[in-house]
Design a protein. Structure first.
Length: 260
């Protein structure tokens, strides 16, 4: 059975400014590669990929994503060396890149030791790896979702599945990148404090990302029950302030492969 595309560009873009801030911070770490080749893994609607293409000045930038809905938006941005393809980034194994870039996508994939080894192998000598990933799995917004997934009737519908983040501590990535030959590196954990209008907006935030994973795995009517139960359980755990301060931790990783 084909995978269900539960990504909703409009829902995701409700917090476009907040979601794009880490992208710009990551991009500031990457050195331009005039005439080079760049790939953006998990490119979404392509708007940030287009900015990446302009900033780094490569001859070619490929945006890869598994969501047809997102890529439908991206198609209008193609041209001047920028193109987009439908594909599963988990199976990405193409080589010959001067920059492998990924903003808020690799946290969906397991086995980061193996994954990062493949990505580094895809780099040319002197190539750069730049990755940003959410690391907010210990916040109630994420903990409650996992707890509900383990409760009935959702547990049966999900076959026991619960979303678990593969994200590791920043020092783990620093050591891994060094072992993989990226001694020239920048690794940090950063907290982005978002001012949302009210605590209810946390639900809208995760509807655009985390909860799509559960939405794709259960019938629509049951997901609506899941969403209602999630709201009932989560909101009392959050401070009822206006604005609501939503702290969101993210990992920013950059490394350059040696030229020898």
């Amino acid at each position: 059975m084909a995978a269900v595309d539960t990504w909703d560009p409009e829902q995701y873009e409700r917090f476009a400014a907040e979601r794009s801030a880490p992208f710009w911070d990551l991009l500031s770490l990457v050195r331009p590669v005039p005439g080079g080749r760049v790939v953006d893994l998990g490119c979404g609607n392509g708007e940030l990929t287009a900015a990446l293409h302009r900033r780094l000045e490569p001859a070619e930038t490929l945006g890869l994503d598994s969501s047809p809905a997102m890529l439908e938006r991206a198609a209008a941005l193609e041209g001047a060396g920028l193109r987009f393809e439908l594909g599963d980034i988990a199976g990405f194994d193409q080589g010959g890149w001067d920059v492998v870039f990924s903003n808020a996508a690799l946290h969906w994939l397991p086995d980061h030791a193996g994954l990062f080894a493949r990505l580094v192998a895809a780099l040319n000598q002197g190539g750069q790896l730049a990755v940003q990933m959410p690391a907010n799995h210990d916040h109630p917004s994420h903990v409650v979702a996992a707890e509900l997934a383990g409760a009935e009737p959702f547990r049966a519908a999900l076959g026991g599945y619960r979303r678990a983040s593969p994200a590791q501590a920043p020092e783990w990535y620093a050591e891994l990148l060094d072992r993989l030959g990226l001694a020239d590196q920048h690794v940090r954990l950063q907290v982005y404090l978002h001012h949302l209008a009210a605590r209810d907006e946390v639900v809208e935030w995760v509807k655009g990302t985390l909860l799509t994973d559960y939405q794709a795995r259960m019938p629509a009517a049951l997901f609506e029950e899941f969403l209602a139960a999630y709201r009932r359980r989560l909101l009392p755990l959050l401070e009822d302030t206006h604005p609501y301060r939503y702290p969101f931790k993210r990992l920013l990783l950059w490394g350059r492969r040696g030229s020898n």
